[in-house]
Design a protein around this ligand. Structure first.
Ligand code: UD1
Length: 434
């Protein structure tokens, strides 16, 4: 049996919704629990398939983990294991985050090379460069990154690449540096709030870190880290998805448990489109859509720029704007698999290199579509909310990687959306095989 999401378009979203904990913050934080023998407690953890996968990886690495009521508890049972196998790692790129902690704490690591994915080639050369600078030996053997070290040593590392800073690369080097001998300076470090949240967790464990959230992070290595309790920051991409959902349905939505100060770029673009965006408090934002959606030009950049993870969602909004918008993804120039799905719904989008030219249409019409990746799946749901008729989205597993109970949250706001379990149609070739 498979799942699909069915959206009946045309309803205006109204009401209040709460953002869950951040996926991109919690995944490296969970990996960081490998750095201590003591128990850790992580709160505000979203219930996502990526989180369950990271817990499976940790369990396989000799940790004992539990996850109930939004709280993960971890403790180490066996530190002799250092292999993160392909069958788990290839499902989620963030699994590479165990590499730094394993090298720092266990002095060896075999982590399957995560490979590319539909949003691009996604290299890990900067992770490797940073860890090698800390005196780890690393090589690829039979598809695995194999690493050893006699003990990591602090270094001055420039971590910028052709597409700017790297988020999980910064996380990996930061985690490794906490237990390195001496001081490490990471230049052109990622400034994302998720890196700051990781640094806060590491600091609670006893790490000495300065400058997290700026392009230069300094880490003074310590002998050992202890257990800690930590509450994960809200998921800004999830909150931004609801902000755009309000704009595309001409809605009036209040998002609680979020951080408006971390969503400035998206708020600004929505205002340019004609929506009203109002921070009601430090944890709450209200977005009111306008019937007339103005076209905008959007370019994605590293934080605090417009996030690539909200590119597919803003494209859905632009597809019904009154005029031509230009969207450029500077972080993942190939992240446009959703274009052809939007066009199936009547959008008029043309991709040209790292840029998409979106000619707004008066209305989208519901259609069967397939989610090609996590954020594309969110964008297709937004398109479905605005479309006339019914949209059926397949390949829902992408959505479940990163959105905690999104159908329930949208229903709470008045959307007509349901998850339907169905048996896939058998093909003649299947019948022959049976
Ligand atoms: C993280 C996020 C992902 C988001 C992305 C960019 C997590 C778990 N995932 O992914 O949701 O879309 O940041 O904001 O936090 N690059 C290199 N060499 C490297 C690493 C990256 O050239 O070694 C390039 C990438 O191809 C990309 C750019 O740098 O063009 C940014 O990638 P990066 O920040 O590393 O993305 P992730 O950390 O994998």
């Amino acid at each position: 049996m498979l799942d699909k999401i069915v959206v009946h378009g045309g309803r205006r979203l109204q009401g209040t919704v709460h953002a869950s904990g951040s996926k991109n913050a919690v995944l490296p934080i969970l990996a960081a629990t490998l750095l201590t023998e003591e128990p850790c407690e992580i709160r505000n953890v979203p219930d996502l398939s990526d989180v369950h996968l990271m817990l499976d990886i940790l369990d396989g690495l000799g940790m004992r983990t539990s996850f109930a009521s939004g709280t993960v508890r971890t403790e180490v049972a066996d530190e002799s294991i250092s292999t993160a196998p392909y069958d788990l790692v290839h499902q989620m790129r963030a699994s590479i985050c165990v590499l730094g902690p394993l090298l720092a704490k266990r002095k060896r690591a075999q982590v399957a090379h995560p490979g590319g994915c539909v949003i691009g080639t996604r290299p890990i050369d900067l992770h490797v460069k940073g860890l090698k600078a800390l005196a780890a030996e690393l090589q690829t053997v039979h598809g695995y990154l194999e690493g050893t070290t006699v003990g990591l040593t602090g270094a001055h590392i420039f971590l910028g690449g052709p597409f700017g800073s790297t988020v999980t690369g910064t996380a990996n080097v930061l985690m490794a540096a906490t237990l390195a001998r001496g001081t490490t300076v990471i230049e052109q470090a990622a400034c994302e709030p998720e890196v700051v949240d990781l640094a806060d967790f590491l600091t609670a464990m006893g790490a000495q870190i300065e400058g997290a959230g700026t392009p230069r992070i300094t880490v003074h290595g310590v002998e050992r880290l202890g257990g800690a309790t930590h509450e994960v920051i809200p998921d800004r991409i999830e909150a931004e998805t609801f902000m755009i959902a309000s704009a595309i349905t001409c809605g009036d939505v209040r998002i609680e448990s979020c951080r408006p100060d971390q969503m400035v770029a998206v708020a600004e673009v929505l205002r340019e489109c004609g929506a009203s965006v109002e921070a009601l408090s430090a944890q709450s934002v209200r977005v009111r859509g306008s019937r007339y959606i103005k076209p905008v030009d959007v370019t994605t950049f590293a934080y605090p720029g417009y996030p690539t993870d909200a590119q597919a969602q803003i494209m859905a909004l632009m597809s019904v704007a009154d005029g031509i918008s230009v969207i450029t993804d500077k972080v993942y120039p190939d992240r446009y698999m959703h274009v052809s799905e939007y066009n199936r719904m009547g959008a008029q989008i043309r991709k040209n290199g790292p840029t998409a030219v979106v000619q707004g249409v008066e209305f989208l019409s519901g259609a069967p579509v397939k989610a090609t990746d996590l954020r594309a799946s969110a964008g297709l749901i937004l398109a479905g909310l605005a479309a006339q008729g019914e949209t059926e989205m397949h390949q829902v597993q992408h959505l479940d990687r990163g959105y905690d109970r999104i159908e329930q949250k949208l229903i709470q706001l008045g959307a007509a959306i349901e998850r339907v379990r169905y048996a896939p149609r058998r093909r003649k070739s299947d019948r022959r095989a049976a």
